[in-house]
Design a protein around this ligand. Structure first.
Ligand SMILES: Nc1ncnc2c1ncn2[C@@H]1O[C@H](COP(=O)(O)OP(=O)(O)OP(=O)(O)O)[C@@H](O)[C@H]1O
Ligand SMILES: [Mg+2]
Length: 138
C-alpha cells in the first residue's frame, strides 16, 4: 500500500490506514533517511492507539515505553546503536515477543535480529512537506 501525505496534517489519517493494513502484526519497522518523518508518523500512530504520554524519540535510551488504552507501546530508535550486541543487552527479544506494539526506527542497525513477521514502512521524501509512505506486510 502507498500513501501520499501532503503535510503532517495528513498523518492521523495515514496512521489509521497503517494500523488497519498491519492487521495482527505488532512489529512495525520504519525505514527512511534522517528527517524523513519516522518519529512524526510514530507520534500519530501512538495517538491513534490512545497513548497519552509524550512521544519523543528515545534520546538517552534506545527504547521508550508508553501507556495506551491498548496496552504498552514500545518505541525504539536504534540510530545510536554501535553494534547488535547492545540490542541483546537491552533485552530486545522480550519486547518483540511481548505481543505489544513495537515501533522501530533505524531497523537497519539490527538487520540480523528482525523477526520473520513484521510490517515494513518506507518513508520517501518527495518535497519539504510531501512524503510517500509504503506499507508492506512481511
Ligand atoms: N508529510 C510529512 N510527514 C512527516 N513529516 C513531515 C511531513 N511534512 C513535513 N514533515 C516534517 O519533517 C520532519 C520529520 O522529522 P522526524 O524527526 O519525524 O524524522 P525522522 O525520520 O524521525 O528522523 P531521524 O532519523 O533523525 O530520527 C518534521 O519536522 C515534520 O514536521
Ligand atoms: Mg526519529
Amino acid at each position: 500500500m502507498d500513501i501520499i501525505t501532503s503535510s503532517p496534517a495528513d498523518l492521523p489519517g495515514a496512521a489509521k490506514s497503517i494500523l488497519k493494513a498491519a492487521g495482527s502484526n505488532r512489529i512495525l519497522l520504519f525505514y527512511g533517511e534522517m528527517g524523513a518523518g519516522k518519529t512524526t508518523l510514530i507520534k500519530s500512530l501512538c495517538e491513534a492507539l490512545g497513548v497519552n504520554d509524550a512521544v519523543t524519540s528515545p534520546t538517552f535510551s534506545i527504547v521508550n515505553e508508553y501507556r495506551s488504552s491498548n496496552g504498552p507501546v514500545f518505541h525504539f530508535d536504534f540510530y545510536r546503536l554501535s553494534n547488535q550486541s547492545e540490542a541483546l543487552d537491552l533485552g530486545y527479544e522480550e519486547y518483540f515477543d511481548s505481543g505489544n506494539y513495537c515501533f522501530i526506527e533505524w531497523p537497519e542497525k539490527i538487520a540480523g535480529l528482525i523477526p520473520d513477521q513484521y510490517t515494513g514502512i518506507r518513508i520517501l521524501v518527495l518535497d519539504a512537506t510531501t512524503r510517500q509512505v509504503t506499507v508492506e506486510n512481511i
